[in-house]
Ligand binder design. Structure first.
Ligand SMILES: Cc1cc2nc3c(=O)[nH]c(=O)nc-3n(C[C@H](O)[C@H](O)[C@H](O)COP(=O)(O)OP(=O)(O)OC[C@H]3O[C@@H](n4cnc5c(N)ncnc54)[C@H](O)[C@@H]3O)c2cc1C
Length: 381
């Protein structure tokens, strides 16, 4: 296929992390890509801004270099509630970095954009895709000749409805808010604080900066400040801290679609299904999907992508459902955190499963009976 203005091998709609990662992975395989997004960079979005080790590994595969000093490393995850605190370090596998990195969303977007530009991705910003039933999409009124079409237009995907791929299960829908505070990070873990209104998770972003993402089932009632104020440990720490960004909100879902491919069209990223933000795995999943999609297109068919896509979401969605059970039932959450606080090695094993370093089935076979018994037994204070 030629490289004339409106001809391309692949047209990617959506220049968020999913669309940009797919464009990069396609160019790495020599495929011609045209990418469009309705917005103009720098593009910001509500995000906890924690790049987990598996996500960091995917960025390295895309050739995206994280420049020292641009973010802040974190070594693991800490869960806290009114009674208990438990922490675990990330496992370090053969090619898994032992640390995650807290990185402003704007910085991440800029790095992906720069890498796409370096590889020769053609990009049209400020260009919304126009969709009409049974008609090929146009870019702001101009028609495009493409071999494959990719819909990476986020949670509220219009491409998904246009292609008739909306059918599936919506397991959960919540809202997340993000706010930055000027304060020296007090921990090198991402802290997830559990409270009746939702979770607030704290990610170190720089020497003197943290990001708080607050996720709630009650978006009509609360925003970041209400959730932070309802958690004494955070209220105390942030009493005099200055907020240094505008609060942003976004929905977060646990969604599974029946199909993500129709003909030469594929859904990608949040548009193709997702796991609740509290898993912290959103970016790792979209980067994995982008690699899978590029490999599939390079092989000349979307069939491998259609067959493998569900696997990218299986584990994060299983974990999301367990965490959402803890969100809805404070008694279960309090008990689970107390059990983990008594046995931090078990929490570390669970984190290892979460990072894909240990099989979930093996974890269940080895630990579920014991964990079940501990959940039923009274715990000493
Ligand atoms: C509160 C919150 C906290 C989170 N925290 C984390 C975290 O700590 N770590 C993590 O890994 N993940 C996290 N996530 C998840 C992560 O942010 C998402 O998985 C990720 O943004 C998905 O990327 P995407 O490219 O699929 O979608 P998006 O980032 O939403 O990008 C979609 C793009 O499509 C464009 N678009 C939409 N419609 C059109 C149109 N008609 N024409 C052209 N362009 C269009 C939009 O402008 C946008 O740029 C969090 C999510 C939330 C909500």
């Amino acid at each position: 296929m030629g490289l004339s203005q409106n001809r391309c091998d692949v047209l990617v709609v959506g220049g968020g992390p999913a669309g940009l990662a797919a464009a990069i992975a396609l160019r790495q395989r020599g495929i011609d890509v045209l990418l469009c997004d309705a917005l103009v960079p720098p593009i910001d979005k509500a995000c906890g801004e924690g790049i987990m080790p598996d996500s960091r590994r995917e960025l390295a595969r895309l050739g995206v270099d994280l420049i020292p000093g641009q973010g802040a490393d974190f070594r693991g995850i800490r869960f806290c509630d009114e009674d208990s605190t438990v922490s675990a370090d990330f496992p370090s596998g053969s090619d898994l970095p032992g640390e995650g990195i807290g990185l402003r969303r704007l910085v991440l977007h800029g790095l992906l954009l720069e890498r796409a530009r370096e590889l020769g991705v053609r990009m049209r910003w400020g260009t919304p895709v126009r969709l009409a039933p049974r008609r090929a999409p146009s870019l702001d009124g101009e028609s495009v000749n493409y071999g494959y079409l990719v819909g990476a237009d986020g949670q509220v995907s219009r491409m998904r409805s246009w292609a008739g791929l909306d059918r599936g299960m919506l397991h959960s829908q919540r809202v997340g808010f993000r706010l930055h505070y000027k304060i020296k990070p007090w921990s090198d873990y991402v802290e997830v604080h559990w409270a009746p209104l939702g979770q607030a998770y704290v990610t170190p972003i720089g020497d003197n900066e943290i990001c708080i993402a607050a996720v709630t089932r009650f978006p009509d009632l609360v925003r970041t400040s209400e959730i932070v104020d309802s958690i004494p440990a955070l209220r105390e720490r942030l009493r005099d801290a200055e907020t240094i960004s505008r609060e942003r909100g976004s929905i977060t879902t646990t969604r599974r679609l029946r199909r993500v491919v129709r003909g030469n069209f594929a859904l990608l990223g949040d548009a193709s299904g997702s796991a609740d933000a509290v898993t912290g795995e959103g970016l790792a999943v979209v980067f994995r999907q982008a690699r899978l999609l590029a490999e599939s297109i390079a092989s000349g068919s979307l069939a491998p992508y259609a067959a493998e896509h569900a696997k990218t979401l299986r584990l994060p969605q299983t974990i999301a459902r367990a965490l959402l059970l803890m969100d809805r039932h404070p008694a279960i959450r309090r008990k689970a955190l107390r059990v983990f606080a008594h046995d931090p090695a078990l929490f570390a094993k669970l984190l290892s499963v979460h990072m894909g370093e240990e099989a979930l089935n093996r974890f269940i076979l080895s630990h579920a009976p014991w964990l079940g018994a501990r959940m039923l037994m009274p715990l000493r204070a």
